[in-house]
Design a protein around this ligand. Sequence first.
Ligand code: MTE
Ligand code: MO
Length: 334
Amino acid sequence: MLIKRRSSHHPTEQDVTPEAVYQDRRLILKGLGLGAATLAFPAQAGVLDLFSADKSAPAASTRPLNIRAAARPEGVILTPEEKATTHNNFYELGTDKGDPARNAHYLKPEPWQLRVEGEVAKPFTLDVWDLLNKTELEERIYRLRCVEAWSMVLPWSGISLAELIRRAEPTSRAKFVAFETLYDPEQLPGQASRSLGGGIDYPYVEGLRIDEAMNPLSFLAMGLYGKTLPAQNGAPIRLVVPWKYGFKSIKSIVSIRLVEEMPPTTWNLLASNEYGFYANVNPEVDHPRWSQASERFIGEGGIFGAKRQPTLMFNGYADEVASLYQGMDLRQWY
Ligand SMILES: Nc1nc2c(c(=O)[nH]1)N[C@H]1C(S)=C(S)[C@@H](COP(=O)(O)O)O[C@H]1N2
Ligand SMILES: [Mo]
């Protein structure tokens, strides 16, 4: 059964998202003892009118950015902007693929402060919009591979994560980097109840080993398609780690903390047998409940009718990152 909240004569992307994907998520939620009925029809439970309210409220508008545009390599097909901004995973704004765009207006990305703290000589608080206004951002075209076996190719704009971390001068005890999404149930109503937010204990948290964070590919995006980030894509600043499954790329971050021990991460906390800390894209290591050997690329046709294409080791970034995992058993360290 598909989860449907609106009836419509025109199938929307979430109506045709492969059944298995929703079943996968629900299996996890069932394990947590959440009733299937609440999940299938969240709008009927009293606390959940948070999401049914005010459809007319406009979402924060996006605006053009000052960027150093990347060359569009020949033969590379970008996911259409309209797909990238309406097919999202951002459970704090709802668990259906179309929810984050519909609920985008709850999140107020301006002003926004991001702390860089922990094991550093010079902790600081960054005014994100000040940085945005003063900096010529770099554009990067990256593949994004969701653990649910769909993928996109997206033009992000932002700065390298290493650049920001270096400014704080990490100490020798800084072995990992912990990231945290904003916690504010008024702006992110999925945080107001466990069923509404997909059973996750918020805030959403993620982490990288320090050498992964300092790798030149690790990116802090403040833009998409040459404009400021839409709320549903993680405004105003989010992580992008292209060789890892999409859930590592944490949205709307307020804290970057350098730490000594491996930090807890949201999907690992939810189902440690299914989601590890590393979450490197690996076509040879299947998810316990589905194959990771191939993926549906979301192009003009959306996920509906998308052809499967082979998934690449480290999502195609092996030359840049394989050396980070030398000597590690990639089956064990999933
Ligand atoms: N805070 C937060 N960050 C998140 C998520 C989320 O639910 N909450 N979903 C993740 C998942 S599963 C994916 S695939 C990507 C999706 O990014 P996109 O919607 O911009 O394509 O965001 C990741 N970051
Ligand atoms: Mo994902």
